[in-house]
Design a protein around this ligand. Structure first.
Ligand code: MN
Length: 244
């Protein structure tokens, strides 16, 4: 099995090495990731300038750093390494739960895989510690990959780990709670105004969701799909507003 590994924290993030080390038990691994951090880049692509990459071996892994977004890395990686089976993205230092999926570059890399007809799995952990402890997560990462990599039906899955030794695994749905987006004004050293877009984390959780599972100390696994069509509203709109 050929496993392409990307992320949005940048190629030198310790999370990508931890993921590569576990993934290597399941197949051939190659890392292709952004040269600088691209967190919250979402599913953006670089269409207005050329992309380049440089070889950057990491430990014993073949690795390349790209001057692009997480989605770009998957495109370049799959182009240069034929017959990739699956793209793993992460392990992101920062949870990607509920609404975060919309902004996440980590999840976007997995989504990009499915746009190319490959499978994609995004893996994230909370950034609640100063230093991430991947060692306590590695047995759970292996268990998750053992399930997901061996099931070709699961084309796109968003996985989130708790910040301590997991109690177990849970299949979940995406939390759809809205967040409070706060804009905090400030001033730069030259006296010019600037603004921080600050997302106030959601505290309350709905049972059965990704956020709930992680809060309870479980690993959350959410199968995703790219079709955003609201089927119920489509049917209702066709009835309310018949068009020809
Ligand atoms: Mn990130």
């Amino acid at each position: 099995m050929r496993i392409l590994i990307a992320n949005d924290d940048g190629i030198y993030s310790p999370g990508i090495v931890a993921l590569a080390e576990v993934a290597a038990k399941f197949g051939d691994v190659r890392i292709v990731a952004p040269d600088v951090e691209q967190s919250s880049a979402g599913h953006s692509i670089t269409a207005w300038r050329p992309l380049t990459y440089k070889r950057t071996p990491i430990k014993d892994f073949e690795a390349f750093r790209v001057n692009g977004t997480p989605a770009d890395c998957v495109v370049i990686g799959a182009h240069n390494w034929e017959n990739v089976d699956v793209v793993l993205s992460g392990i992101n230092f920062g949870a990607n739960l509920g609404n975060s999926i919309w902004h996440s570059g980590t999840v976007a890399a997995a989504k990009q895989a499915t746009l190319l007809g490959l499978r994609g799995i995004a893996l994230s952990m909370p950034a609640s510690r100063d230093e991430p402890n991947f060692d306590i997560l590695k047995p759970s990462v292996q268990r998750v990959l053992d399930i997901l990599l061996k099931d070709p039906q699961l084309a796109l899955v968003n996985v989130n780990f708790p910040d301590d030794r997991p109690r177990g695994l849970r299949w979940t749905r995406q939390s759809v709670r809205h967040y409070d987006g706060k804009v905090v004004p400030g001033e730069d050293p030259m006296g010019r105004k600037h603004f921080w877009f600050s997302v106030i984390p959601i505290e309350s959780t709905e049972e059965g969701t990704d956020r709930w599972a992680v809060e309870q100390g479980y690993v959350s696994m959410t199968p995703l799909r790219l079709d955003l069509t609201n089927e119920k509203e489509l049917t209702a709109a066709q009835v309310r507003h018949p068009v020809d």
